[in-house]
Write a protein that binds this ligand. Structure first.
Ligand code: G3P
Ligand code: MG
Length: 284
């Protein structure tokens, strides 16, 4: 696939020292944008057709040609970084109860695929490290740290610290973007010497406070719920050098509305459909 080849060759490039943190990520992103404009970001993997946040959903998103994959992380009872959206197990697995009430070993015994369709029986809740290994630079990854996992005292194994350790271990810094609704998690990450590109997620319209917060943490992007987004907000964020990646669009009309406002990326449940929509816009 063209995108993948391009990313692989880019990995070997040396980054100019003059750029601020995340220059390599920037480079990868710019290269991706040559193929996709805006960037198609697969929400929880290829969520429309596969069980969300599972390895098969991520592989399918890569096959579909998504430039970036979004996933959600929280902690198990034994403090391992696991990929799951809800704080509880019942919607997306055959388990019941809080995710952080079970050890990784216990979580691994659950079926995270059958709830979606019997074809996916046996899919497991992945650990973040498994996804980093699976994707292995074939696409950018947006790791969303769930607010529910936030610990104000930032212990040594706090989720944001563990995520960074895993990213370092897998040498994945050049292709990850870390996002959260929780500003404290992002601010903590922003203090790291090798701070990753950061994104603030929000369901509220942007105002000058949003710009100030994003600027303070040197945010790469802002991820709004699409319903609250207007062209003025996109322009305000762009004027501050912050990209805009809205989420939750389901219809072609919503998708087109976002594109007409000039957003930089779209977080989509069906990345293949989104790519088709982009093509049809170009052809029109
Ligand atoms: O990152 C955008 C989006 O994933 C945030 O909402 O609830 O789908 O994780 P949610
Ligand atoms: Mg998410």
């Amino acid at each position: 696939m063209e995108n993948q080849k391009s990313l692989a060759s880019l990995a070997a490039l040396t980054e100019p020292e003059t750029h601020h943190r995340s220059s390599s990520f920037m480079h990868q992103l710019e290269e991706q944008k040559r193929f996709q404009q805006p960037l198609i970001i697969a929400h929880r993997g290829y969520r429309a057709k596969y069980p969300e946040n599972t390895l098969c959903a991520f592989e399918a998103a890569l096959d579909a040609g998504a430039a970036m994959i979004e996933l959600d992380v929280s902690l198990s009872h034994d403090r391992r970084v696991v990929v799951i959206h809800d704080t509880t197990l019942q919607r997306t697995t055959n388990g019941y109860g809080p995710v952080n009430g079970f050890t990784l070993k216990e979580l691994k015994q659950l079926d995270a695929g059958s709830w979606f369709h019997s074809d996916f029986a046996g899919e497991r809740i992945p650990e973040l490290i498994e996804v980093l290994e699976l994707v292995d630079g074939r696409a950018l990854i947006n790791i969303e740290i769930k607010s529910s996992a936030y610990e104000p005292n930032h212990p040594p194994d706090a989720i944001e610290r563990q995520v960074m350790e895993l990213v370092r271990q897998k040498k994945a810094l050049e292709y990850i973007l870390i996002s959260s609704f929780n500003i404290f998690i992002l601010e903590q990450l922003a203090t790291q010497k090798d701070a990753p590109p950061l994104a603030w997620i929000s369901k509220c319209a942007a105002d000058h406070h949003t710009v100030d917060m994003c600027t303070r943490m040197n945010a790469f992007s802002w991820h709004p719920e699409h319903l609250i987004l207007t062209r003025d907000q996109v322009e305000m964020m762009h004027a501050a050098g912050i990209r805009v990646f809205p989420f939750n669009m389901e219809t072609k009309a919503d998708f087109n509305r976002m594109l007409s406002m000039g957003v930089d990326g779209v977080i989509m449940n069906d990345p293949a459909e989104a790519l088709k929509w982009i093509k049809s816009r170009k052809a029109a």
